[in-house]
Structure formats: structure tokens, C-alpha cells
Design a protein around this ligand. Sequence first.
Ligand code: NAD
Ligand code: AKB
Length: 333
Amino acid sequence: NITCNKLNLAFNYQQSMKKDKILVIGACGQIGVELTLALRKMYGEGNVIASDLREEHELLRGTGPYVSLDVMNKEMLHVLVIRHNITQVYLLAAILSATGEKNPLLAWHINMASLLNVLDIAKEEGLDKVYWPSSIAVFGPNSPKEDTEQHTIIEPTTIYGISKFAGERWCEYYNHRYNVDVRSLRYPGLISYKSAPGGGTTDYAVEIFHEALEEKSYKCFLREDTYLPMMYMPDAIRATIELMESDASKISVRAGYNLASMSFSPKEIAAEIKKHIPDFTISYEPDYRQAIADGWPGSINDELARKDWGWNHEYDLPKMVEDMLTNLPAQLA
Ligand code: NAD
Ligand code: AKB
């Protein structure tokens, strides 16, 4: 028994000495800024390297190491991973749905090559974990519209959705073929006040707050009755970290877990904002993004995430709107 205890102590000591070193790719985007800050709090600022094509986001400045990186350059990425003894990669660089429809081949190229570069280096270097987000965009017009389940008809019609679906298959392949511990969530549209969204169809649900505070009116590019699954950023960051911290034995889905918290239409979020800003008005002028939204589910069934690793959301529509309107004015000042 004494020998066993000594061995256990030695093992625990070794484990505690093993340093997690994290690389966040696409750290200056809507999710990247907040995820990087959250990871730095958990792992220590020096252990989370932020990287992006863009110049360092102002909220990241002075909070930890930053490197300029084009994830399409596999050699550079590989050198970075080796030089910094990276053990985990969070890959957030991507072209989102609305921008993707303007240049489908570019979106396909970037979304696929970035993921394959990361997965392959993870395999080569034996990285501990990889995180790569999928999206509700994997679903298409033939998927059930409400309470859309994890495993159902998946026939995306946007290039973004096609790239996310293909990416999910690659994640599963690298997991079962090469044992790469890759984890993924199908995020709904994300709402945040710290960093701006980057070319998605759900971006209206962020724009509306900026316009409500600055102009007291908003012209929405979706119809008033367009229901989409959405989530407040603090919930999305917590879900990401909880998934990544879960014991591997609890992860039954490598392709991308359905994840949900709230669903609403432009009319409903406008009504909720009006409770705080009574003279706010909204008008509607649907554009090409309406067709994208029409192909996506109105609500998502995420019971598998709840069952496997204990996911539970905190924010509903009223709580999110109140928090946005409390915190956004300071960011705009
Ligand atoms: P974003 O567009 O705000 O940020 C992406 C970041 O990647 C940008 O800072 C961009 O400069 C960077 N980037 C682009 N090309 C790069 C390259 N070649 N090399 C390095 N960096 C590059 O996107 P986001 O909203 O933060 O989304 C992050 C991930 O989450 C994406 O995979 C996206 O598909 C997924 N997702 C986002 C949402 C959402 O509502 N924000 C919903 C579902 C899924
Ligand atoms: C988009 O609208 O493209 C993203 C998403 C839901 O993936 N926000």
C-alpha cells in the first residue's frame, strides 16, 4: 500500500508539473477575444498564446502573448506549435455564412484547409486536445425545423454549412482513425458586447443593440418572424470550457454537439429591447441573408450535451437583453 501511495503521489506530481500550453487561432474575432481572456484566467496568461491575421484586439493587449499567424501557412503553424510546446489548440478562424455566400470557393478553402492543418499537426505532434466549432448551419431546409435533434437529416445548402458538415466528419475521422482528442460544439448565433461579429446571418441580433442605443431605430435584414437559435456569449464560453475540461470518457460526439439556450425572432428581441428603450423602433428590409436563415432550424434539441457532460444554459432572452443593455454602453463610450 505504501508503495502504491508513493506511486500515486509521483504520478500526481508529474501531472501537476505537466504544463498546458494553449494556442488560440482567430483570437481577435467575436468568440476569440472572450475565450482567450477566459482561458488566460484559468491557465495563466503566459500559457495562452493568442494568434490572428489581424492586429491584436485592444481588449487582448497586455493580457498575454500575441503572435501574428495565417493558419493557412501550415509550416508556420507547425513551427509555432513546436517552438511553444503547444498542448491544446482552439481553432476559431473561419469565414462565416453571409461572407461565405459572397465567395464560396474562398470560404470552402479557408474553412477546410485551416481545420486540416490543425488536425494533421495535432496528429503529428500528439497534442492533448483540439477545439473546433461547428454551427447550427450544418442543418438545411430538409432538417426538422423545430427542436432539431443531434442526429437527423443534415443537408446544408450554404457553403459555410457544407464546410462545417465536412469539418465535423474530418473531426470524427481524426478521432477514430488517429485518436486525436478533438471536441466541437454546434454554436447557435452568438450575442456579445465585447467584440463584434464577423459576417454571419445571426449578426442582426448584435447590430440591433448598437443601433437601439445609438439611433433608437434599426433596419433589420431578416423578416420579423424569422426564428433562429441564439446564445449569449458567457454561456457559449462556459460551454466551450466545460466541454474541453470534461473527461474524455463522457464525450460521445466528436462531430459537434447540438447546443441551445434560447430562440427568438427579430420582432421578439425588438419587443424585449423596447421594455428598456421605449422609443426604440424597428423596420424590416430582408436581403440575401433571409434565404440563409430560412434554411436553418428555429430551435435546437441539445439533450445529448446536457446528458453527456452536464450542459445547462444560464441566459434566456430577457436576461440576455438586460445584460447587453447594461454593459454595451461602456464599450461604446
Ligand atoms: P470571427 O469572424 O469574428 O473571427 C474569426 C477570426 O479569425 C477573425 O479575427 C479573423 O481575422 C481570423 N482569421 C480569419 N482568417 C484567418 C487566417 N487565415 N489565419 C488566422 N486567423 C484568421 O468569427 P467568430 O464569430 O469568432 O467565430 C469563430 C468560430 O466559431 C468560427 O469557426 C465560426 O464558424 C464559429 N461559429 C461562430 C458563431 C457565431 O455566432 N459567432 C456561431 C456558430 C459557429
Ligand atoms: C452565422 O450566422 O454565420 C454564424 C453561425 C450561426 O454559424 N453566427
